[in-house]
Design a protein around this ligand. Structure first.
Ligand code: FAD
Length: 284
């Protein structure tokens, strides 16, 4: 037997899903199953009840907020949906560009943006990107819903602001205004492989936001580098100078793929590349 026996529920509404999650201590939401089922097979997690979100059509939509200032992405939207979305193409194409590089088609067809960020694996693509874009997450529980910024959302590996008996329902990403450019880059294991280090940057009229992935359990904002670029000089020399010292400010892990010092070096290189590309796109 691959999995130990588990109860399975397929609620027809968000309220019912929240009720089921709140009522059962060992209940877990099931999105695309691309991580959760693998973790269960490895016996690293053994939920008593799986609350499958598959029938919650309202979590599968991509739309604009009433004032058009944000793209509202349902938690059950898959990476493939993001790649093919005309709304994303118009409002924040970097989301599709990045989603298209995640793993393979099968994973992109099943894996959801909600699952991707709820796992908060430091090597995942969406967490640093959403921090750089200034996204916010809406979480719903029995007492209603609340919205947290991407930085407040990520608390640790498999640990987010989503509490017991709560669901992540949507991710709001500010729509791109004129003069905004976004980019994400990094070093992966193979062409569509896992990141060893990643960097996402968004350059706009109010400055630049930079987030580094794979250097700690949550995406790290490169605030000192951001501050050095406040004047808006995105020349090669200025961006490289701003990145100097970024690596030293980080405390990344050493593992089989990269030593901590190498990750520090890659963080600086990736941040420079991401900012230069974002600035070039901002210039149009
Ligand atoms: C071979 C392989 C390679 C991969 N490589 C990459 C990669 O390089 N980069 C990358 O970014 N991703 C990668 N992934 C991850 C993938 O893209 C998915 O994002 C990830 O597996 C989780 O999404 P899911 O929808 O399958 O979530 P699930 O596995 O169903 O759920 C994951 C966790 O999130 C919780 N959860 C899910 N949705 C919600 C919600 N709405 N509210 C509250 N909790 C929720 C679940 O309870 C569970 O704990 C890879 C996956 C595989 C299998």
């Amino acid at each position: 037997m691959l999995l130990r026996e588990v109860e399975y529920a397929r609620p027809a509404s968000i309220d019912e899903a929240i009720r089921l999650l709140a009522e059962h201590d060992g209940a877990r939401a099931l999105a695309g199953g691309q991580t959760l089922v693998n973790v269960m097979k490895a016996r690293a997690a053994s939920p008593d009840v799986l609350v499958d979100l598959a029938d919650l059509a309202e979590l599968r939509t991509i739309s604009f907020s009433a004032d058009q200032s944000a793209l509202e992405i349902g938690a059950m939207v898959t990476s493939s949906q993001i790649v093919g979305s005309s709304e994303v193409e118009v409002a924040r194409p970097i989301l599709a560009e990045v989603a298209s590089t995640i793993a393979d088609l099968q994973v992109r067809n099943r894996g959801t943006i909600g699952g991707n960020i709820c796992v908060n694996d430091p090597t995942n693509h969406f967490p640093p990107l959403l921090v750089a874009l200034g996204a916010s997450m809406t979480i719903q529980g029995r007492d209603g819903e609340r919205t947290v910024s991407a930085e407040e959302f990520f608390l640790g590996v498999y640990f987010t602001a989503v509490g017991e008996g709560e669901l992540l329902t949507r991710i709001s990403v500010p729509t791109r205004s004129a003069g905004t450019g976004d980019a994400m880059t990094g070093i992966t294991l193979g062409a569509h492989g896992t990141y060893i280090v990643s960097a996402a940057a968004s350059v706009g009229s109010v400055g630049v936001r930079i987030a580094i992935g794979c250097v700690s359990s949550v995406p790290e904002r490169a605030t000192a580098m951001e501050q050095q670029l406040v004047g808006g000089d995105y020349s090669d020399a200025a961006v490289k100078a701003a990145a100097a010292g970024l690596g030293a400010s980080l405390d990344p892990p050493s593992d089989v793929h990269a030593a901590a010092d190498y990750r520090r070096h890659l963080a600086e290189v990736s941040a420079v590349r991401a900012v230069l590309q974002a600035a070039e796109r901002a210039r149009g």
